[in-house]
Design a protein around this ligand. Structure first.
Ligand SMILES: Nc1ncnc2c1ncn2[C@@H]1O[C@H](COP(=O)(O)OP(=O)(O)O)[C@@H](O)[C@H]1O
Ligand SMILES: [Mg+2]
Length: 283
């Protein structure tokens, strides 16, 4: 993947430092802290609790996956971390030590529905520049957009519109947008869920490269066990109704990972069984 490695020496490779927004606590405390997180939906008699007493940390530069059956509250939990929805008042949710109250600086949310997150009337480059406009001078915006599009291999499609791109390319545009914004934290909700296997594998490897080169902290929701193991340092299992974190499974597989070699390791196969049993139950 030449296009990714060329960026290692470029300005995008600049990891920690004062110009990285939103991570004053970098290297010190955890990037996310959740303690006693409860989430309820509805009102009055129709109130229903979705999450109860959810507690975990995400460390700096860690890649953590969240798994669990459909409807357990994975998306809800990710939105709480990203400040896109409120938890019950007594819940503690901190990003870099600061209580989350709205989307924290430097944190980017990537949705499963990439088509809906791109503006159809804007070109690819103007979708990527979206979060930078008004915050940086035009030449700087231009430079960041060019670097980000280079990194995800879409430099030659910058003047196209989203609907002219395949699903995998559209998802890359979302990733480019977070790269252009120098996001140090990515919250990703089943981002590769609807892509074909080959595209998915390529994007997984691009994400791992971003994780490594930019030192990003990533929370990744997926229903794909192999994907979770392949990417993660740790897998959290949400379970129950209301759901809580039932298991935290460390993934101590060597990095860099490889689509074939990593998945042939006996440890990978053992983890696949552990995670499967944790989600589906061994009954
Ligand atoms: N705004 C809402 N109002 C009512 N119910 C909701 C709302 N958001 C989510 N839910 C419900 O909360 C549960 C968890 O949803 P979600 O977080 O989307 O689960 P997952 O992502 O694990 O599939 C589901 O039963 C869903 O129907
Ligand atoms: Mg969901």
């Amino acid at each position: 993947m030449k296009r990714m490695s060329t960026a290692v020496d470029g300005p995008l490779a600049a990891p920690a430092g004062p110009d990285r927004p939103g991570d004053p606590g970098r290297a010190d405390g955890p990037v996310f802290e959740a303690r006693g997180v409860d989430v309820e939906v509805g009102a009055g008699a129709a109130t229903r609790r979705i999450l109860r007493d959810v507690a975990f940390d995400v460390r700096d530069r860690e890649l953590v996956s969240i798994m669990g059956r459909s409807g357990t509250g994975k998306t809800t939990l990710l939105k709480v971390l990203g400040g896109l929805r409120d938890a019950a008042p007594h819940s503690v949710v901190r990003a870099s030590g600061v209580p989350v109250d709205g989307p924290p600086e430097g944190v980017i949310f990537l949705f499963q529905d990439y088509a809906a997150s791109l503006l159809p009337w804007r070109t690819i480059e103007r979708n990527v520049s979206l979060g930078l406009e008004g915050r940086l001078e035009r030449p700087q915006v231009e430079q960041r957009v060019t670097e980000a599009l280079d990194m995800v291999g879409l430099a030659d499609r910058r003047r196209d519109y989203p609907w002219e791109l395949s699903g995998g390319m559209q998802q890359r545009v979302q990733l480019a947008r977070s790269l252009a914004m120098r996001a140090s934290v990515l919250l990703m909700d089943e981002p590769f869920g609807s892509l074909d296997a080959m595209t998915k594998a390529t994007l997984q490897d691009e994400l791992l490269q971003v994780h490594r080169d930019l030192g990003a902290t990533i929370v990744f929701v997926t229903h794909d066990i192999d994907e979770a193991i392949y990417l993660s340092d740790r897998i959290l299992i949400l379970e129950g109704g209301p759901a809580t974190i039932a298991r935290s499974i460390p993934v101590d597989l060597p990095r860099p990972r490889d689509q074939l070699a990593t998945k042939e390791l006996p440890e990978f196969l053992a983890l696949r069984r552990t995670v499967y049993e944790a989600i589906v139950g061994d009954a």
